[in-house]
Structures are given as structure tokens and as C-alpha cells.
Design a protein around this ligand. Structure first.
Ligand SMILES: Nc1ncnc2c1ncn2[C@@H]1O[C@H](COP(=O)(O)OP(=O)(O)OP(=O)(O)O)[C@@H](O)[C@H]1O
Ligand SMILES: [Mg+2]
Length: 340
């Protein structure tokens, strides 16, 4: 007798997240394909796991494949398997993911990476449960529920002829869109506290004393392009770098590459990123790091000059005004940094 495994927790109390969870619970028991879409790191895989374990197939297999991780030519054999000797190098027969997922769920990431003929084969297997292994002509039957996942705009891909409309119609029985973290800010502090506590436990701290006000605000104000995965990393890093376990965590480093010693080929991009996050304190190094004051200030100055130029379409007079410098002072500084 199988036992439902401990599922990783899905944390969130915001309205958009609760609405999504309600839809997950409603669609999970239905034996229909589902499409999950959402930004990177937003929790699509966790939703897929939920869909499987809240369905009647929960004690069947949950099989995953990320089509983006494979060259186009291998997707078909990975999905459908191949017969012995189907092509050069195909020594033994191999079963594909659809066969492995028989009576369970197949979680197919980046499904838009499959070619049109493979998409046709996928459609047939979800409609009729029938397919042939590559290099074989015996029709096999499986009972698989498909959960498709994608980051691309599938209707647009279909209109452009790169994705089959019929497969899209079939997959889109229901489409679950995972809201990005910045659209559910109420969940940020909840998730941050959860990840921080787990990290504190891992580090053997007796207790976790929360975040300082400034640290909490920094977490709330950030846009989280990498969503929950990024939040998890940022919070874990903040906790592990914190030196005083009895006190609130007070320093948040969003960019682990940020350093005054960062090699110049990457410095300017990182610096821009940091500058855009901390207006007024561009690239300020962490207080506990040794600092070469002159070179750090030089870096900051050069960066501000570059930014002022870019913001003013390289009009030097306007860029000088932007920095409250005379035109002459501005030109001298450009020369100093070999920017002219
Ligand atoms: N609501 C949530 N509660 C707790 N942890 C979460 C939540 N959402 C995401 N996570 C965690 O965030 C990380 C990323 O989640 P997941 O892999 O499901 O995202 P994804 O959308 O599939 O990402 P990708 O687009 O990169 O494939 C994982 O560590 C996951 O456990
Ligand atoms: Mg994923």
C-alpha cells in the first residue's frame, strides 16, 4: 500500500495565491491535461507535484521531463522510447517517459521546444493513449495525464505556426497561471520567514530573531525577477552571512557577485544593477568587508558618469547638469576615467 509522501510546503496567503490554490484543488482530480504557466522560479513545479498528488493517480508514477534540457532530436526518443537498433547507437530497446508514466502523470517542462511532428505524436497519446516507440511499428497503449509547463506565450507560438493549435486546445483544458512574487507582495514576508527559519535550523541556531526593519523593507521593495527561488537564495544567504544569531538579520545582499574587486568585464553591469536597487548608495560595499576607498570611490564616480551620459543620450552638458557639475568639471572627470 502506497503512502502519500510528505509534499514540500506551498506557502502563501495572498489573494492571488489562494485563488490559484483553489483552482489547483478543483482541477487536480479531473483526468484532463493542464497547462501551468508562470515566470521562472515562481513555483510551477511545486504546482505540478500538487496536481499529481491531489489526483486519483497519486499512487501512480510522477515522471518529469524538461524538453529545454535536450537537443530537439532527442526529445522524441526521450518521450516515446525507441526499439533496439532504431538508429545508430540504439543498441537496446529503451522505454520513454510516456511509458514510465503509465497510470500516472507526465510533467513536461518547456513543451514548446518539441518539433511539430513530435507535438502531433504527443497529441495522439493524450487523446487516444496510443503511440509507437521510435523505430517501431507496434502500437502501445498508455494512460497518462499530461501537465504541460511553459514560459513562452503558446497562443502566439501557435499563431506563428510553431506550435500546433490542436495540441494547444487540448492542453489548455485549464491554464493555471502562477502569479509572480511581485504581484503577491503579502507572501514575501511569510516566505522569507519560512526560508530564514529553515536556514537558521540548518545552521544550528537556537532561535531566529527575524529581520531588522530596514532588511524587511529591502525585501519588500525588491522586484524579484527570479521569484520564489531568488527569494529563497537571498534569504538563506542573508541568514548564513549574519554574524550575530541572537539579533535580527540586518543585511540583505541581492547580488552575490557584488564586490569592489569584481573583475572589470562584469563590474559595470553588476554595478548598474546594484545602483538601481540602492539609489543614493551605488555599489556600497558591505560594512564588514575590507575596502580600498580610493578605488571604490573611483568606481562609483565612473559609474555615475556613465549613467548620467546614458540617461541624457550622451549629451555632455545635460549629463553635467544631472550631476550638478559644470561642463568643465564634467569633461575633466570624463578624461580622468578615459571616457573621452
Ligand atoms: N509557494 C511556495 N512555497 C514554498 N516554496 C516555494 C513556493 N513556490 C516556489 N517555491 C520554491 O521555490 C523554488 C522554485 O520553485 P519551482 O522549481 O517550482 O519553480 P518553477 O516555476 O518550476 O521554476 P523554473 O521556471 O525555473 O522551472 C523551489 O525551491 C521551490 O521549493
Ligand atoms: Mg520548473
Amino acid at each position: 500500500m502506497s503512502v502519500i509522501p510528505d509534499l514540500p510546503p506551498l506557502i502563501g496567503e495572498s489573494r492571488p495565491f489562494q485563488d490559484l490554490m483553489e483552482r489547483v484543488s478543483r482541477v487536480a482530480p479531473l483526468d484532463r491535461p493542464v497547462l501551468v504557466i508562470g515566470e521562472r522560479g515562481s513555483g510551477k513545479e511545486l504546482i505540478g507535484v500538487r496536481l499529481h498528488f491531489q489526483s486519483v493517480r497519486w499512487d501512480g508514477p510522477f515522471v518529469q521531463l524538461n524538453c529545454a534540457a535536450l537537443p530537439e532530436t532527442l526529445i522524441e526518443t526521450e518521450l516515446f522510447g525507441h526499439e533496439a537498433g532504431a538508429f545508430t547507437g540504439a543498441g537496446k530497446m529503451r522505454v520513454g517517459r510516456f511509458e514510465m508514466a503509465d497510470s500516472g502523470t507526465l510533467f513536461l517542462d518547456e513543451i514548446a521546444n518539441a518539433t511539430l511532428p513530435v507535438q502531433e505524436k504527443v497529441l495522439r497519446v493524450i487523446e487516444y493513449g496510443a503511440f509507437e516507440r521510435v523505430g517501431g511499428n507496434k502500437t502501445l497503449n498508455v494512460d497518462v495525464r499530461l501537465i504541460g509547463v511553459t514560459n513562452v506565450d503558446l497562443p502566439a507560438e501557435a499563431d506563428a505556426g510553431r506550435f500546433r493549435h490542436d495540441l494547444l486546445d487540448r492542453l489548455a483544458f485549464d491554464v493555471l497561471t502562477v502569479p509572480p512574487l511581485r504581484a503577491r507582495r503579502d507572501d514575501i514576508s511569510l516566505l522569507a520567514a519560512y526560508f530564514a527559519r529553515a536556514m537558521a535550523l540548518e545552521l544550528g541556531w537556537e532561535e531566529f530573531d527575524g529581520f531588522s526593519r530596514a532588511a524587511s523593507e529591502a525585501l519588500m521593495d525588491y522586484d524579484w525577477p527570479g521569484n520564489v527561488r531568488e527569494l529563497k537564495n537571498v534569504v538563506e544567504r542573508a541568514v548564513y552571512r549574519h554574524r550575530a544569531p541572537g539579533e535580527p538579520v540586518d543585511s540583505i545582499v541581492f547580488d552575490p557577485f557584488a564586490s569592489p574587486y569584481r573583475p572589470t568585464w562584469t563590474a559595470s553591469k553588476a554595478a548598474q544593477k546594484q545602483a538601481s536597487q540602492e539609489p543614493g548608495e551605488p555599489g556600497e560595499p558591505a560594512a564588514n568587508q575590507p575596502v580600498d576607498l580610493r578605488s571604490t570611490l573611483g568606481d562609483v564616480e565612473r559609474r555615475l558618469l556613465e549613467q548620467a551620459l546614458a540617461a541624457n543620450r550622451h549629451n555632455q552638458k545635460a549629463a553635467a547638469d544631472h550631476l550638478s557639475l559644470s561642463y568643465h568639471q564634467f569633461r575633466n572627470r570624463l578624461k580622468k576615467h578615459a571616457l573621452i
